[in-house]
Design a protein around this ligand. Structure first.
Ligand SMILES: [Cu+2]
Length: 170
């Protein structure tokens, strides 16, 4: 008799704390995803980046800059005609063999952008791709923190469940 009365309320209580806990988890996940992080405080600078294009790669293939940097790209082609087209920016260059093409843009968008060759230069042309990193990769950091949160939550809920089961009247 006593057990019958006790069992439903204790389950209800457990459910309630579980819900609270889920709510907390969801809120913290949202915070991790959407709270604005202070962007890099580095003052924007003027920089010149020399990129060597040859079949079928860019050297360097990865470029790291800060937001709002004023970037002059010097595209040097060492063999055939190559292009340089930057995703997310309206920026394009074309360099003739042995020549240097030059243009400037302001990196006013943060994130990771691909740049690719825009001139069909051979069979591996589609794979002639590089990456421009503008500022720290916020998405990456958020992803890592979120990953830690979910691992922590998984462990916590495992622990809770085993306690709950151990505490159940037999
Ligand atoms: Cu190409």
């Amino acid at each position: 008799m006593r057990l019958n009365l006790l069992l439903p309320t204790s389950i209800f209580k457990k459910l309630w704390t579980q819900l609270n806990w889920m709510f907390l988890l969801v809120v913290s996940a949202f915070l991790i995803l959407f709270v604005p992080l202070p962007l890099s405080t580095d003052t924007p600078q003027e920089r010149t980046i020399r990129i060597e294009a040859s079949s079928f790669q860019f050297m360097p293939g990865e470029i790291y800059i800060n937001p709002n940097d004023r970037v002059t790209v010097e595209l040097v082609s060492t063999d055939v005609v190559h292009g340089f087209s930057l995703d997310g920016y309206d920026f394009e260059l074309k360099a003739d063999p042995g020549q240097t093409a030059k243009a400037t843009f302001v990196a006013n968008k943060a994130g990771v952008f691909r740049f690719r060759c825009s001139v069909a230069c051979g069979n591996l042309h589609p794979f002639m791709i590089g990456k421009l990193h503008v500022g720290i990769n916020q998405l990456f950091i958020r992803g890592i923190v979120l990953g830690f949160l979910s691992i922590g939550a998984a462990f916590y809920s495992l622990k809770r469940n085993s306690k709950f089961q151990a505490g159940l009247p037999k």
